[in-house]
Design a protein around this ligand. Structure first.
Ligand code: SIN
Length: 511
């Protein structure tokens, strides 16, 4: 059966119901809005799994200028300083705003917000909720707020498959769900679809996060930015389970150390040691594993017996894995965790396509540069949702023509995952990137279940191939140094396909 929503009465459609999508919907109220979620609200949003909280300069010893300088330093020369300034200066108000929505942040006995430390922050400025259950608590409060906002209509179980275009602007969303295909006629769409972890074998993200928002934007002709910058978290719990359970950086903020099988703290010589920027720690762990060592997180002394109380989610993952953190070392390895790149947006979240906005991990605002500072992303989602909503509210809705709803296969990244995992990991090189691009081209050009994941992987591989330097999370063993000038990158699907086609003859020995 097909469902044609011929007239949404000019409502904008938000695709994705993590923190970015829910906040955008709430900020738009009382303007009517349609929120499209492929699962029951919250069920597969990576926001739900966020352990680390929200970074904001709230301490007496802190200042937004310090938060900004930490963000820029971690971003390794690639942040958009203006965008970063605007976001970090708005962060303290965003925390207050969430508290007004009913988010129960962790507080000291005196009632002040309890501030945690994470890597590359020079101050304690991470606001948590329920210890390491920050994302779950924020989602609980926002889902409740959405439920009591009558102007927000929620459609669950439908996945956006393509954006419809008319005269070069957004005209609707082609979606698919249990009752068949649906066409949602609208001139204003917000992508809030999250990240790309499902494209990697080792990831801390829900498996369903496989870059669908990037594919939707790319097929609509949008410009994407900084796609080659993928963050690997150094401390995923190493075991057979996928996705991999995360061991929050906040654990190292409370004094846990990284050791090898001999008990040696091999990060000792690194500036910042366990709390160096995430890309540096991830590379050190990766190299130590590649050298044949085993790597562990040691929480036995610090946080010690307090561990389970402070980090109940991680304690429960350890228990499932048969590890007693107070007695045992926790085996770790780096895992894909966050995508710094995304759909290029301006300060209002507008993409290069008229009628299309993006918010949250799927967007590239320029805040994160080459390496995201821990816990800046939930803050970014909350802050930017407001600006996106203001921009949408100021954009008149015009009527679009209804179209026939047609079905497309649900994206399946199974065949793409090994290619990205091999070529786009912690260490990269030109030959592996070219091989991945060549292998991804045929599925990206087909119209089957692998084609959207392949198109996303292809754009990332070409962006990584073009960046002939190492910077932040993008480390090329064949170009280990910084380029003299840091430049953000841009790519379109068309350009990535063209670049990959040019590579193909090399494989066949023609050139
Ligand atoms: C963590 O808790 O280590 C992750 C926080 C983040 O990724 O921002």
């Amino acid at each position: 059966m097909s469902m044609d929503v011929r007239d949404l009465g000019g409502r904008p459609v938000i695709i994705g119901a993590g923190i970015a999508g829910l906040m955008t919907a709430l900020q738009l109220a009382p303007e009517p809005v349609l929120l499209l979620s492929r699962s029951p609200l919250g069920a597969d949003a990576s926001s739900m799994w966020a352990q680390g909280g929200l970074a904001a300069s709230l301490g007496d010893d802190d200042d937004p200028a310090l938060h900004l300088s930490d963000t820029l330093a971690a971003g390794d020369g690639l942040c958009d300083a203006q965008a970063a300034r605007r976001i970090v200066y708005a962060a303290p108000a965003a925390i207050e705003y969430l508290a007004r929505f009913g988010v129960r942040f962790d507080r000291t006995p005196a009632g002040a917000l309890r501030l945690g430390l994470e890597a590359a922050h020079t101050r304690r400025r991470i606001v948590h909720a329920r210890g390491d259950g920050s994302g779950r608590e924020v989602m609980r409060a926002l889902i409740a707020a959405v439920g009591s906002t009558p102007t927000i209509a929620v459609i669950e179980g439908f996945e956006a498959r393509r954006l419809a275009m008319e005269d070069g602007r957004i005209a609707g969303v082609l979606a698919s769900g249990p009752t068949g295909p649906a066409f949602l006629a609208t001139a204003r769409v917000v992508l809030a679809t999250g990240g790309i972890g499902g494209l990697f074998h080792d990831s801390t993200n829900p498996l369903g996060s496989c870059g669908q928002g990037l594919a939707l934007a790319a097929h609509a002709g949008a410009v994407l930015a900084d796609l080659e910058f993928i963050q690997f978290h150094p401390t995923a719990l190493d075991g057979p389970g996928r996705p991999m359970p995360l061991i929050s950086e906040a654990v190292r903020g409370e004094g846990a150390v990284i050791v090898d099988e001999t008990g040696r703290r091999f990060l000792d010589g690194v500036r910042g040691a366990e709390l160096a920027p995430r890309d540096i720690v991830a590379r050190a762990v990766w190299k130590h594993l590649a050298d044949g060592h085993r790597v562990f997180l040691n929480v036995r002394e610090r946080p010690g017996p307090e561990f389970a109380r402070q980090f109940p989610t991680i304690a429960s993952a350890c228990k499932k894995a048969g590890i007693d953190p107070v007695r045992d070392l926790m085996p770790i390895r780096p895992a894909q965790h966050y995508h710094m790149g995304g759909v290029a947006v301006d300060g209002s979240g507008r993409t290069s396509v008229t009628g299309l906005w993006a918010c949250g991990e799927v967007a590239s605002t320029g805040l994160h540069g080459a390496n995201r500072l821990a816990s800046n992303s939930l803050t970014e989602a909350v802050v930017c949702a407001r600006w996106v909503a203001e921009s949408i509210a100021g954009t008149p809705a015009h009527r679009t023509k209804p179209a026939i709803a047609s079905d497309r296969p649900s994206p399946d990244p199974t065949t793409v995952r090994p290619l990205l995992s091999r070529a786009l990991g912690v260490l990269r090189d030109g030959e592996a990137l070219k091989a991945a691009a060549r292998a991804l081209l045929p599925p990206a050009e087909r119209k089957d279940a692998a084609s959207d994941p392949a198109a996303v992987g292809l754009m990332i591989a070409i962006a990584a191939l073009r960046r002939r330097e190492s910077r932040g999370a993008h480390y090329r063993t064949d170009f280990p140094h910084h380029a003299a000038v840091a430049r953000r990158s841009e790519i379109t699907l068309e350009a990535a396909l063209a670049a990959a086609r040019e590579l193909a003859p090399v494989l066949e020995g023609v050139t």
